[in-house]
Design a protein around this ligand. Structure first.
Ligand code: ADP
Ligand code: MG
Ligand code: MG
Length: 258
């Protein structure tokens, strides 16, 4: 079993307008083991994407206190690529376009970066895996030859993130609003992809506003984030409770004023 541990995490970013540092995360505690599905729900602007970018190592996010540990080892000094090789994966809320590199080239490079030097994946194996991943996601093979995310619709980008997930097979995946902008068919397809990688050697942190994706990907724990920290944790029924009461209901219940 592997463990991703977030301990009393405080994160600040530089405000573009004032050029001053502002604290976004105010003490996040969260432990995820392989074999588990965790969901984080929370209102807009509460720091969910900040948490995911910080776990992955985006240098814009400054850890001012606390730690992020993978199997007991701090990741804070590790760059994004080192964290990726260690088994972390982030499906971004807004996947970026990368000009001049095809999807296929990107996937091969990502897979090979995680393999021992001098032992790239044989092309035949790569193509076999790619075909089966494309089939799971109802994607056509021309998607693999297109430039990464260039001209992709919102839904195609999300689907493509899950293609990466299927091919890269990380230990821990953070899925930031995978469900945003997806119609119900696309939601079912990406959920199928996530469920395909699920197993005892995989842990995931799903970030979402809405409980609808949790119908397809069943969380073991649901956390609610407000004001830059986790204010409540429960089982899957917490998502139902939230949908009924709204975040304002929970604020009142907990006496939070953020
Ligand atoms: P969520 O994902 O929960 O909607 P975010 O993490 O995107 O929230 O944002 C939390 C807060 O941090 C917001 O006030 C946002 O404006 C601010 N923020 C996030 N990233 C940056 C950044 N790179 N630079 C400046 N402010 C940021
Ligand atoms: Mg948001
Ligand atoms: Mg966000």
């Amino acid at each position: 079993m592997k463990t991703l541990e977030i301990k009393d995490l405080h994160v600040a970013v530089k405000d573009e307008d004032t050029q001053k540092m502002k604290e976004i995360l105010t003490g996040v505690n969260l432990t995820i083991h392989t074999g588990e599905v965790h969901a984080i729900m929370g209102p807009n602007g509460t720091g969910k994407s900040t948490l995911s970018e910080t776990i992955m190592g985006n240098p814009r996010y400054h850890v001012t206190q606390g730690d992020i540990l993978l199997n007991g080892k701090s990741l804070l000094k590790q760059a994004v690529d080192v964290r990726a090789r260690a088994g972390l994966f982030l499906a971004m809320q807004y996947p970026a376009e990368i000009k001049g590199i095809t999807n296929m080239e990107f996937l091969r490079a990502a897979i090979n970066a995680r393999r021992p030097e001098g032992a790239p994946i044989p092309i035949k194996d790569f193509l076999t895996q790619l075909d089966s991943a494309l089939a799971i996601l109802n994607m056509t093979s021309d998607m693999a030859e297109r430039y990464l995310n260039e001209g992709f619709s919102g839904g195609e980008r999300k689907r493509n993130e899950i293609l990466q997930l299927l091919m890269i097979k990380p230990t821990f995946a953070i899925l930031d609003e995978l469900d945003s902008g997806l119609d119900i068919d696309a939601l079912q397809v990406v959920s199928k992809g996530v469920n395909h990688v699920m197993g005892p050697d995989f842990g995931t942190l799903m970030i979402t506003h809405y409980k609808r994706i949790l119908k397809y990907i069943k969380p073991d724990q649901v956390h609610v984030m407000m004001g830059g920290r986790i204010v409540k944790t429960g089982d899957a029924s917490l998502a139902d409770h939230l949908e009924d009461e709204g975040y304002s209901g929970l604020r009142d219940e907990l006496g939070i004023h953020v």
